[in-house]
Design a protein around this ligand. Structure first.
Ligand SMILES: Nc1ncnc2c1ncn2[C@@H]1O[C@H](COP(=O)(O)OP(=O)(O)O)[C@@H](O)[C@H]1O
Ligand SMILES: [Mg+2]
Length: 337
C-alpha cells in the first residue's frame, strides 16, 4: 500500500476521532521517512497528537526536523492566518498589527472559512517549498485533518471561496490554486481511516460518495484500523471448535471459571482461560470480518487492514504500524537489499 502512496506528494488523512487517525498518519510518515523520502506531517488541532507520537515539541509554524527525513508542524489557525496575511502585506510587523486590530479581528472571525483557507494555503506553501536545486523540498506532506467536522466540507472550502469571489482578486486566486491541488488525483491522495465497526464503516462508505460528488475525485484508500486477528489458523479453528463444544457440554461452568479471581486460580482455571480466551478472540475476529465484508462490498477504493497492536504507548504502536507498512513495500525490499 505504501507503494501506491509514493507518487502522492500530498496526502490528506480523514477519520472520526478515536479511530487512530493520528497514529496511522504518524506511522505512514515514519514508514515513508524510512524509505528516505523527506516527509512532513501537518496537524491542525489545538492539541498536538504528533508531539507525543514523535516525542518532540512544536515551536510554531516552521516544520521541526525530527530526523533527516521526518519533519512535523502544527498548523494553528492564528499562525496560518498571520502567514497568509504576510503574503499580502509587506512586513511581519504590519501583518501582526492587522490581526491585533480589534475591528479587523472581529471582521476575520466573522468571515466564513477564513481558518480553512489559511490553513490549506499554508499546506500549499509547504508543498511549493523548494531546496537549493529548485526541487521540491518535501517528497511527501501528510495532513492529519481535524477530527471534528466534515473533511469534505473542509477540503471544499477553497473551491467554494473561489466561486463565491468569481475568481477575482488575490484571495480567489489563492483559493483556486489550493482547490486545484486538492482535486488533482495525480499529486494528492485522500485516505480515510476507520474501525471495523458499524458506524465508522457506514460513514466511510458515505464519505467516499461525498468526496466523489463534491470534490470530483475519488477516495484513494481506506484503512481499517485495529482489526482483530484470528488466534488460530482455519484448520486449527475447526479442531478447536469441536473441542470447545465438548468442554462446554461436559463442564457447563467453564465460562465462569474464565472470570475467576486471580488468587483463586487453579490448573483448571488456566485451561478454562485458554479455551474461553480463544473463543472470545475468535468472536472478535468474526465480528470484525462482518463489517469488513460490508466495506469490501460497498467501497470501490482499495482497503488496507491494520491489526490491533497490544502495546501500551502510542509511540510503540506507531513504531509497530510503521514497520507493518514498510513490510508491504517493494521499495523497502530494494532499500535493504
Ligand atoms: N492499530 C492500533 N492498535 C492499537 N492501538 C491503536 C491502534 N491505532 C491507534 N491506537 C490507539 O488508539 C488511541 C487513539 O488513537 P489516535 O491516533 O489518537 O486516534 P485519533 O487521531 O483518530 O483520535 C491511541 O491510544 C492509540 O495508541
Ligand atoms: Mg488525532
Amino acid at each position: 500500500m505504501l507503494d501506491e502512496l509514493l507518487d502522492s506528494r500530498l496526502i490528506f488523512v480523514t477519520g472520526k476521532g478515536g479511530v487512530g487517525k493520528s497514529t496511522v498518519t504518524a506511522a505512514l510518515a515514519r514508514a515513508l521517512s524510512r524509505l528516505e523520502r523527506r516527509t512532513l506531517v501537518l496537524e491542525t488541532d489545538t492539541f498536538s497528537a504528533m508531539e507525543d507520537l514523535f516525542d518532540y515539541s512544536s515551536p510554531g509554524l516552521e516544520p521541526e526536523e525530527i530526523n533527516e527525513y521526518l519533519y512535523a508542524s502544527n498548523l494553528t489557525a492564528e499562525e496560518c492566518f498571520i502567514a497568509t496575511l504576510r503574503r499580502f502585506v509587506p512586513s511581519d510587523r504590519i501583518a501582526r498589527a492587522v490581526i491585533k486590530n480589534r475591528i479587523a479581528r472581529v471582521f476575520f472571525r466573522a468571515a466564513p472559512s477564513v481558518n480553512e483557507v489559511t490553513i490549506l494555503d499554508q499546506v500549499r506553501s509547504f508543498f511549493e517549498k523548494t531546496d537549493e536545486d529548485g526541487e521540491p523540498f518535501f517528497d511527501h506532506i501528510l495532513v492529519d485533518l481535524p477530527a471534528s467536522g466534515h473533511a469534505v466540507t473542509f477540503l471544499n472550502v477553497p473551491a467554494t471561496m473561489n466561486q463565491m469571489m468569481r475568481g477575482i482578486g488575490p484571495i480567489a486566486k489563492m483559493s483556486a490554486k489550493v482547490a486545484d491541488l486538492i482535486s488533482d488525483p495525480q499529486t494528492t491522495s485522500i485516505i480515510a481511516v476507520c474501525l471495523p465497526e458499524e458506524m465508522p464503516v457506514n460513514e466511510t462508505i458515505e464519505l467516499a460518495d461525498n468526496i466523489a460528488e463534491t470534490l470530483g475525485r475519488p477516495l484513494d484508500l481506506a484503512i481499517a484500523n485495529m482489526v482483530h486477528q484470528s488466534p488460530l489458523s482455519d484448520g486449527d479453528r475447526k479442531v478447536f471448535e469441536e473441542l470447545h463444544g465438548h468442554i462446554r457440554d461436559k463442564y457447563p461452568d467453564v465460562e465462569s471459571l474464565f472470570f475467576e479471581a486471580e488468587d483463586e486460580r487453579t490448573e483448571s482455571t488456566a485451561i478454562a482461560r485458554l479455551v474461553e480466551g480463544n473463543a472470545l478472540a475468535l468472536g472478535w475476529f468474526d465480528r470484525d470480518r462482518e463489517y469488513l465484508d460490508l466495506l469490501y462490498e460497498r467501497l470501490s477504493a482499495p482497503i488496507v487492514e491494520v491489526p490491533i497492536i497490544y502495546e501500551s504507548s502510542g509511540v510503540d504502536v506507531v513504531e509497530k504500524l510503521g514497520r507493518i507498512f514498510l513490510d508491504h513495500s517493494a521499495d523497502a525490499a530494494s532499500l535493504s537489499a
